[in-house]
Design a protein around this ligand. Structure first.
Ligand code: NI
Length: 189
């Protein structure tokens, strides 16, 4: 089932997401994960975090495989992340690169992030996993994990840059956007 994607300005995107426990390993969760895959693929995203579909839990689906031609590190990167924990690698370098987000349609901004990370997480079967990631794949993971702590990528841009895109941000908050997927904007004040 396609789920609406919650837009920038909605409070769920600012909440700290709750970790999942073994008790959450049930059909309801499997159904949510399946819906998130479908929603991400339909909206042509490379990642989707549960808060973006209104669920404040530490769950992410991501797949950068379609970008593998330009970013070989993204080959076979289809992953479901439960309770991911990331740390920058010791030899990580800050790298600036363009990012976008399904919760901020029509916008992209340059964001500086470490180029290498280490991550531990549970897969969709609650099996523990660990790995090192670099390049654009490390960027996708960091972007999605930000959503789990109530952050969006524009929190990383300069105040001046943020001022320059203020009217665009206001339009998103008010739901004055058009995009090829269903969205849900902030409740009216
Ligand atoms: Ni995003």
């Amino acid at each position: 089932m396609l789920l609406p994607i919650y837009l920038y300005g909605h409070p769920v995107l600012r909440a700290t997401a709750e970790p999942l426990t073994a008790e959450d390993n049930n059909d309801e969760l499997r159904s949510l994960i399946a819906d998130m895959w479908e929603t991400m693929e339909h909206s042509e995203g490379v990642g989707l975090a549960a808060p973006q579909v209104g669920e404040s839990i530490r769950l992410v689906v991501l797949d950068g495989s379609a970008l593998a031609e330009h970013y070989p590190e993204c080959a076979d990167s289809r992953m479901c992340l439960i309770n991911p924990e990331i740390t920058p690698a010791e030899d990580a370098q800050p790298v600036s690169y363009e990012e976008g987000c399904l919760s901020l349609p029509g916008l992209s901004e340059t964001v500086k992030r470490p180029d290498k990370i280490h991550m531990s997480w549970l897969d969709e079967n609650f099996q523990p996993k660990e790995g090192d990631f670099s390049g654009f794949l490390a960027r996708i993971i960091q972007h999605e994990c930000d959503h789990l702590i109530g952050k969006v990528y524009i929190d990383h841009i300069s105040p001046i840059r943020k001022q320059l895109i203020k009217s665009k941000l206001n339009n998103i908050v008010r739901g004055r956007i058009s995009c090829g997927y269903r969205t849900k904007s902030a409740p009216k004040k």
